[in-house]
Ligand binder design. Structure first.
Ligand SMILES: Cc1cc2nc3c(=O)[nH]c(=O)nc-3n(C[C@H](O)[C@H](O)[C@H](O)COP(=O)(O)O)c2cc1C
Length: 360
């Protein structure tokens, strides 16, 4: 049985997903939140500690459906200060990954396919978009619409990223994170997430592994947005990077309300002949997400939980990566996640929040 897409259909382009999605939502059973929200996240009361991670809610139509289906803390797909094109199709392909995608496995080519016969619980995919944006002329108004869909006990997080424009210095690039976040806040965003972990924009690299850059961006952004809670989205740190992780978390924590871990694990993606699968420059490697990376998300939650306990940090943790079902949600909560989010599984299963609520 093939998977039925809801929030994102890998078989069609990003633009088609943007204008036509979400899909297969005819029998929608809107979740009523009539009780008092009893969970808390970044100082707000929420109905459940579960939601959708940045990436699959492309605009306010997608956000509305996520809230309707009871996902209580959801991210609007990462936006920029300027228009930015999407990488060429395909952007999401199914991967041959058996068990955990360890860093050792991720260093070798992985074969990608346009279809799968796996069950959703077993799916591992790559996503490679390059963080497209229609620019503020679109997203500012659309963000307001998305915010209007929040019900009681629901929270929209606005995800933003900086852009390197021609002639920009490093400081200009960092300032762009801050001014984009400020623009979102000026237009109603109540929580900001900065994406410091995108592996798909070759010219910008993966920021989160350079402590000085993380601190500078967090500081500038926090100064720009004042009391609005700030979340930093990080990638996976290997055990060899533990000291950097610890120092980064401790030094960034004065500016942060939460960290979100993890984004994806980068790996070379090839076709069955071993050739680069995703067309275009700098796309041999792409971010892997879904089932195969759950171990890495759990590991980061556990390590950051320990760092915050040992150092008395007032910092919440969002667990992301391979949350395919309610058992995965429970595992993340047991490791210390204050909030859990899904991207890959939620692409197809818009009932996941209801399933989680049934076991709370
Ligand atoms: C289709 C897709 C698009 C994504 N786009 C973004 C993005 O724009 N910004 C971001 O911070 N993460 C993005 N991500 C990463 C997810 O937020 C998440 O960190 C990652 O996929 C791991 O969670 P999962 O295993 O539940 O998918 C995207 C993921 C997917 C599947």
């Amino acid at each position: 049985m093939s998977l039925k897409p809801v929030f994102y259909d890998p078989a069609i382009t990003y633009e088609e997903n943007f204008s036509k999605g979400p899909f297969n939502i005819n029998n929608i059973n809107i979740v009523k939140n009539d009780k008092n929200p009893k969970y808390s996240f970044v100082g707000r009361k929420v109905n459940s500690p579960f939601g959708v991670a940045a990436g699959i809610l492309l605009n306010s139509n997608h956000v509305k459906h996520a809230f309707d289906m009871g996902f209580d803390v959801v991210c609007y797909k990462t936006q920029r200060s300027t228009t930015f094109p999407c990488n060429e199709y395909p952007n999401v392909v199914y991967l041959d990954v058996k068990g955990n995608l360890t860093l050792e496995k991720a260093s070798k080519p992985i074969v990608g396919h346009s279809t799968t016969n796996k069950s959703l619980a077993e799916v591992t995919v790559t996503n490679s978009f390059g963080v497209p944006s229609k620019g503020p002329s679109f997203w500012v108004e659309d963000l307001k619409k998305a915010l209007s869909h929040q019900g009681k006990g629901q929270l929209l997080i606005m995800s933003v990223v900086g852009t390197i424009l021609k002639g920009f210095t490093e400081q200009d690039y960092f300032d762009d994170f801050a001014s984009t976040a400020k623009l979102a806040v000026d237009n109603g965003a109540k929580v900001i997430e900065i994406n410091l972990s995108c592996p798909n924009v070759a010219s910008e690299g993966v920021l989160c592994y350079t402590k000085a850059s993380v601190i500078a961006i967090c500081k500038k952004t926090k100064q720009a947005i004042g009391n609005v809670p700030l979340i930093a989205k990080l990638g996976y740190f290997s055990k060899l990077q533990q000291d950097t992780l610890k120092a980064t978390i401790i030094e960034a924590s004065p500016y942060l309300s939460a960290v979100s871990v993890i984004n994806t694990i980068a790996a070379p993606i090839v076709d069955k002949y071993g050739n680069q699968l995703l067309p275009g420059p700098n796309r041999l490697k792409a971010g892997v997400c879904g089932k195969g990376i759950k171990w890495a998300g759990l590991d980061m939650v556990e390590r950051i939980n320990k760092i915050r306990q040992e150092n008395n940090l007032n910092l919440q943790v969002i667990g992301v990566g391979g949350v395919m079902n309610t058992d995965d949600f429970i595992e993340y909560r047991q490791k210390g996640a204050d909030l859990v989010q899904s991207a890959t599984a939620a692409m197809w299963n818009d009932n996941l929040a209801n399933q989680v609520k049934a076991i709370l």
